[in-house]
Design a protein around this ligand. Structure first.
Ligand code: ADP
Ligand code: MG
Ligand code: MG
Length: 932
């Protein structure tokens, strides 16, 4: 085997090769080569580490190589390793391809021994400094290389302090520190059975091996597991041997860490901390409080100027915000480390815009610098950063954002208390469409059952309200009005806080921070819109939603669900009347009352979205969803019957009492008589009978409407064909709203969409109805209405018949929630509650297909559908309106198969805008093998 090169001097290593040199080593090489002031040093490669870990000893010749490079350092510094007059000291620092903060070890001041110590004193003229360096070295080396625990050393330190009545480290004198060094050396002898190694090369060899071994230490292994760092990402650690520089050589020396820009706000100023006359560890150990870098401008102006220069050079070279470490030794500034700075979302956005405007990065780089999901932080309220309490329970992070409020267990109470201006969290086992008014009234939703695409999650996301779902540690007893979590019992009115970004639930109120759009975000998203080919629409059901969608940059509404309008408090009774109708006339009468309400809704939405398309989906869910459940009705009926029986018993009470206890009867006769007469009055009204029979009628209807598989049953277009009056009313409401808008000079552009279609005939049937109504409305209003007619694609057969459907449909919209259900034959709720988590954990399925579009199955089906559809109608407009439409990876795929738009919940719109731009910018490295 050809001899491998295991060591690179900083002047020769390839700054791009992080796998070989580690991130720290590669950047030390790069900085050296672009002329920054880095202390001389070299990097021992990760390959040497892996060979060592495999064999248990160094590769052949490695120690000789190390010696050669140490001689290079001696030459560069004019000092001698082991010299008793002018000693060279080094640090031995770990560093792998992925940053693993605090996981592996660094040894400072290596090369000190009883011989070189006097040399260091001579060199620096500072005895205290030298003994301080020595005792630090013995401790670090003892711990890392020899495995002696910190407690041993800390015990000796306390003993010396106590003996001399000293409390602070800085108050220890040279003599105290010398005593401490002796104590430390004897601890080493005692604990290891051997004296402290005097030979500097022996020290170095053992130190390098210890750093190599730390790669396989428990701490490091756990860390890699936790953060999913695979061997492809980082394999082994490199070791950097770096000439020591000292920040504790007087008031013209210092040490610190900095960011080239503020990582919390993005502000374009150096951000960080420093300590004058100190070593690096002092900052970390918190022994002294560091000062903000801004203060350096006053305290050490020349140094600050050099630091500003360093910062400019770093950014000019890396084109990225840097997080760097520096030390100033007697007025000379050294850079000891740099890496890309980790920033929060706000700083990412601000720096993207400002770095482009300053010419540091291109617009493309500004738009691809970060994962669009990071924006989520900026679009929802978050828990105050200062808060760090323990959660009461944890569920699934179903809709991001944080909210506090009083617990309510049902939607009606939520509405009532909400109207009083109270802040509420709706807490339920699971939610149903009829709970919608509770959603409007609540700040957030917590459920004990259901996954991230449960009804609660989807509706909450659509409204931009926080939701924690599937929090199964909470047992909810609605009738008793209480919830229990372990030992804790929560009642209606108790305040809790939920964090839908983490799934955490807390007791009590925790302060939150509001989201807001800021200038840089609008600028960045504006650039994204210029570049993206996909348009981004919002799923929005009310004029208020629509206005918000527009503020978030939606370019139209891709899905307006009319059933959400049916569920509103003032409409539900009419909708129920329509459902309970015994014949067509009764049904039409109820629908005629709904017509003006729907027309008003649509008009409001068209007005809010003037100039943009609004895709309205005709009624989709099975109609039993608008009625209470059978259990609920049975429960209520049995209560009313009990009441009726109780009334009867009350009437008999006086006679019974007279028999049993005449005295008691006499004393209470007056009030008993009063009660009896008022009860009989009530009985005559027969109110309870009327209510009971109404409820029984509903129950009967519920039983007739019962379906074994409602999601595959009488819903969508099937409903529209069997009860044509319903779709006719909706179509008329849309057309009339559009006509009224046109008359008011509002540019309305409805797109009518039919759900659950599986044959061309279904679509043609609704289309014929539409044409009749349109002609009528256009004639009576004297206007011409611009609109499109299209189909949801959410049934597998519709995909297969796309070419035929496109004869009538001018657009397709993939309903990927149902389409994924249909393609997998997974019922979403059951899958997420039962087997899906296990499938994901064991890798049987990589992602939840209801969150991330399943490209290989569902996606491929979509791809074929688009092609077949466009063969018939080349300008067929195609979009997606399922949950996945707001997920960056899915958006990338939608771009790839040539969709025209994605539609997602409003809070996701900015994320989708950025993702759409990234999809365009990265389109060339996408597409190969995606179906493999
Ligand atoms: P980490 O990866 O944990 O940040 P480092 O290898 O960067 O560990 O070392 C930690 C600290 O040790 C540095 O921030 C610096 O203050 C100090 N240090 C390391 N090498 C040297 C050196 N050659 N001269 C002076 N200080 C050093
Ligand atoms: Mg460091
Ligand atoms: Mg659907």
């Amino acid at each position: 085997m050809a001899e491998r090169k295991f060591i690179y001097a900083f002047a020769e290593g390839d700054g791009k090769n992080k796998m070989l040199l580690g991130g720290k080593g590669a950047n030390l090489c790069e900085m050296t080569q672009i002329g920054l002031n880095v202390p001389a040093g070299f990097t021992v490669t990760t390959e040497a580490c892996l060979t060592f870990l495999e064999n248990g000893w160094f590769p052949d010749g490695l120690m000789a190589e190390i010696k050669k490079h140490m001689q290079g350092l001696e030459k560069a510094t004019g000092k001698g390793f082991g010299s008793d007059s002018n000693p060279l000291l080094v640090s031995v620092r770990s560093g792998s391809a992925m940053s693993m903060p605090g996981m592996m070890d660094t040894i400072l001041n290596l090369g000190l021994n009883s011989k070189t110590l006097p040399g260091l004193i001579k060199q620096t003229g500072n005895e205290r400094f030298a003994y301080d360096a020595y005792r630090r070295f013995i401790q670090l080396y003892g711990k890392i290389a020899l495995g002696v625990s910190d407690e041993q050393f800390d015990g000796a330190m306390s003993a010396v302090k106590a003996k001399h009545g000293v409390t602070q480290d800085v108050d220890l004198s040279a003599a105290h520190l010398r005593e401490l060094c002796d104590a430390f050396l004897s601890i080493i002898r005692q604990q290891t059975g051997k004296p402290f190694p005097e030979d500097p090369y022996e020290q170095l060899e053992i130190a390098v091996q210890a750093v190599f071994r730390s790669w396989m230490g428990k701490r490091a292994i756990d860390y890699r597991k936790q953060f999913r760092i695979t061997k492809d990402m980082a394999n082994g650690t490199a070791v950097n041997v770096v000439t020591m520089v000292f920040g504790n050589m007087g008031t013209d020396s210092a040490t610190g860490v900095g960011f080239t820009r503020n990582p919390g706000t993005g502000e374009n100023v150096i951000f960080g901390e420093y300590l004058a006359n100190a070593q690096g560890e002092d900052v970390v150990a918190g022994i002294r409080t560091p000062k903000p870098i801004a203060e350096m401008a006053r305290e050490m102006p020349e140094m600050y100027r050099q630091l500003a220069d360093l910062r400019n050079k770093l950014e000019a070279h890396y084109h990225e915000v840097q997080d760097f470490e520096f030390t100033i030794e007697k007025g000379a500034l050294y850079c000891l480390q740099t890496r890309n700075g980790k920033m929060n979302a706000r700083a990412m956005v601000v720096t993207s815009v400002e770095m482009h405007q300053a010419g540091l990065i291109s617009k493309e780089q500004a738009l691809t610098r970060f994962n669009p999901m990071l924006l989520e932080q900026l679009l929802v309220p978050t828990l105050s950063a200062r808060f760090s309490g323990k959660p009461l329970a944890q569920g699934l992070p179903a809709s991001p954002g944080a909210a506090s409020g009083k617990i309510v267990f049902d939607a009606d109470t939520a509405e009532m208390r909400g109207n009083l201006g109270e802040k509420l969290i709706l807490v339920r086992e699971e939610t149903k469409p009829e709970d919608i008014h509770g959603f409007f009234a609540a700040q957030g939703i917590l459920t004990s059952r259901g996954g991230k695409t449960s009804h609660a999650a989807v509706v909450a996301r659509g409204m931009g309200k926080p939701c924690v779902s599937g929090c199964d540690r909470i047992a909810i007893d609605v009738r008793e009005g209480r919830a229990t979590v372990g030992d804790a019992v929560l009642h209606e009115g108790d305040v809790i806080t939920i964090d839908g970004s983490t799934g955490n639930v807390y007791a009590g109120e925790i302060p939150t921070v509001e989201a807001s759009f800021f200038d840089e975000m609008n600028i960045l998203l504006g650039w994204a819109d210029e570049i993206a080919r996909l348009k981004v629409m919002a799923n929005a059901d009310t004029p208020r939603d629509a206005e918000r969608a527009r503020r978030y940059g939606a370019m139209g509404i891709g899905l307006c669900r009319t059933e959400r309008m049916f569920n509103d408090g003032d409409r539900l009774p009419i909708v129920q009347e329509m459902i309970l109708a015994e014949n067509r006339e009764e049904r039409v009468a109820a629908l005629n009352r709904l017509l003006p309400i729907q027309r008003r809704d649509f008009k409001g939405i068209f007005r809010a979205m003037a100039g943009m398309p609004v895709t309205v989906r005709l009624l989709d869910p099975p109609i039993h969803e608008f009625l209470p459940t059978a259990e609920q009705l049975e429960f209520e009926i049995s209560h009313l019957r009990h009441l009726r029986a109780a009334v009867r018993d009350m009437e008999e009470l006086p006679d019974t009492l007279k028999m049993l206890d005449p005295d008691l009867y006499l004393s209470s006769i007056a009030s008993l008589e009063k009660l009896r007469s008022s009860l009989s009055q009530y009985k005559e009204s027969r109110l309870e009978n009327a209510i009971i029979s109404k409820k029984e009628a509903i129950l009967k209807k519920v039983h007739t409407l019962h379906e074994v598989n409602p999601m595959l049953g009488h819903r969508g277009v099937r409903l529209g064909i069997t009860f044509p009056e319903i779709y006719a009313m909706q179509i008329r409401a849309i057309m009339e709203a559009a006509a009224e808008c046109i008359k008011e000079n509002i540019d309305a552009y409805p797109e009518i969409m039919v759900p659950q279609v599986c044959t061309l005939q279904e679509l043609a049937h609704v289309h014929a109805m539409l044409e009749d109504i349109r002609a009528e409305v256009e004639a009576s209003y004297g206007v011409k209405i611009k609109f499109k007619f299209g189909s949801m694609i959410e049934v597998v057969r519709a995909c297969m018949r796309a070419g035929q459907l496109a004869q009538v449909a001018e657009f397709f919209s993939f309903g990927t929630n149902d389409l994924s259900q249909a393609t997998f034959s997974f019922s979403r709720e059951d899958a997420e509650n039962k087997f899906l988590p296990m499938y994901n954990n064991t890798g049987i399925l990589q992602d939840n297909p209801f969150e991330v579009l399943d490209v290989k199955g569902v996606g491929r089906l979509m791809d074929m559908t688009v092609q077949w559809g466009r063969q018939t109608r080349p300008d067929l407009k195609v979009g997606i309106c399922g949950e996945q439409g707001g997920h960056p990876e899915s958006i990338r795929f939608c771009h790839f198969i040539g969709l025209n738009y994605v539609s997602c919940s409003t809070p996701r719109v900015p994320i989708a805008r950025l993702a759409a731009a990234q999809a365009k910018l990265k389109e060339n490295d996408y597409g190969k093998d995606i179906y493999a």
